[in-house]
Design a protein around this ligand. Structure first.
Ligand code: PLP
Length: 354
């Protein structure tokens, strides 16, 4: 049993944020000891912070309401106004955070055009500016694990290590957007601490594949996390009895990590079936984790039309462009559900072609 939904969508492949807390998670939330987080007196939130700091091999960590706030606080702290942040052109920090780095930090982004949201050390070097009085100062590189718009692609550990080492040579700090880091860990068989080691700061999201209603945790050096607390207050992200939320996150770390492999398998099954539909192509073709991008241009149909037909059948798949769609698997979609969604997709396409 999960918390009831009123979205009217029976099979929701729109995003892994659509998960609802399970009965066991809700029970953990109800039972959580709580206190005032702003006073450092919420024992459950403190336990979560320590757990994530350990998981990522960092000195300290801070619970925040969202992954976006983790990124924004980290980017503001790593930069000064006029600095430049280097990331993939497809990165969430660039296209999906309301230009926060410009608004909050007065910094610029230099996007790198790259396949699957992953770049190498030479692409980083090409993006770094030579020090000049009139040039922005290159200051930070961001890697997104997994790459969301890159189709859930995993940054290989060796690539991360090369890019991070090159970043150090250029005097840059290194930050991981780890919204789906644990998906990468489960799929690649690499520990979170190993993936996080080359980074100054890293965070994980609990409201994605881990199935929690709210929450993300940013980790890094102790002094950095103390500074992050100032921004947490400033942005209105300091909480009170946040233990009810942190308890869900602790529950997820105990029960929802290994099972991400099921989501990856379901994504592969969905992709295989979708690829067999005339006019549909999986792009990028290799499905490494829980995200599948569909190129529907060969159907001659608009993605919006396909999506609307699917909605009538109770299936949600996101429209990402005129001929591009995104399906994401998670805790609330079973193997049977993704098979049914693929059948509905086939029907939506052929129904229109007829
Ligand atoms: C979802 C997401 C975020 C933001 O996380 P929220 O918790 O939704 O604010 C950041 N980066 C990536 C790659 C994401 O997919």
């Amino acid at each position: 049993m999960t918390h009831p939904s009123n979205s009217g969508v029976a099979i929701d492949l729109g995003s892994d944020t659509s998960t609802r807390p399970t009965a066991a998670m809700l029970a953990a939330m109800v039972a959580a000891p709580v206190g005032d987080e702003q006073l450092g007196e919420d024992p459950t939130t403190s336990a979560l912070n320590e757990r994530v700091a350990d998981l990522l091999g960092k000195e300290a960590a801070v619970f925040l309401p969202s992954g976006t706030m983790c990124n924004q606080i980290a980017l503001v702290l790593h930069t000064r106004p006029g600095d430049e942040v280097i990331c993939a052109a497809s990165a969430h920090v660039y296209g999906s955070e309301g230009a926060g780095v410009a608004v909050l930090g007065g910094a610029l982004i230099q996007p790198i055009a790259c396949a699957r949201g992953i770049f190498d050390a030479d692409q980083l070097s090409a993006a770094v500016r030579r020090p000049k009085m009139r040039a922005p100062r290159s200051r930070l590189v961001v890697m997104e694990q997994t790459s969301n718009r890159g189709g859930g692609a995993i940054w290989p550990l060796a690539t991360i290590e090369r890019v991070a080492a090159r970043a150090r040579e250029h005097g840059l700090a290194v930050h991981m957007d780890g919204a789906r880091l644990l998906n990468a860990c489960v799929a690649a068989g690499v520990s979170a601490a190993d993936f996080a080691r080359p980074f100054d700061t890293a965070w994980v999201d609990f409201s994605k594949g881990l199935g929690c209603p709210v929450g993300a945790v940013l980790a890094g050096p102790r002094a950095f996390i103390e500074e992050a607390w100032v921004w947490k207050h400033r942005l209105g992200g300091a909480l009170r009895q946040s233990g009810v939320l942190a308890a869900a996150c602790l529950h997820a770390l105990d029960h929802h990590v290994e099972r991400l492999a099921i989501d990856h398998e379901n994504a592969r099954v969905f992709a295989e079936r979708a690829a067999a539909i005339p006019g549909i192509r999986i792009d990028p073709p290799e499905v490494e984790t829980n995200i599948v991008f569909l190129d529907v241009s060969g159907t001659g149909m608009d993605a919006g039309v396909i999506s609307a037909r699917l909605r009538e059948a109770g299936v949600r798949i996101m429209v990402e462009g005129p001929t591009r769609m995104r399906a994401v698997t998670h805790l609330d979609v079973s193997r049977a559900a993704v098979e049914r969604a693929a059948d509905m997709l086939a029907r939506s396409v052929t129904a229109a072609a007829a």
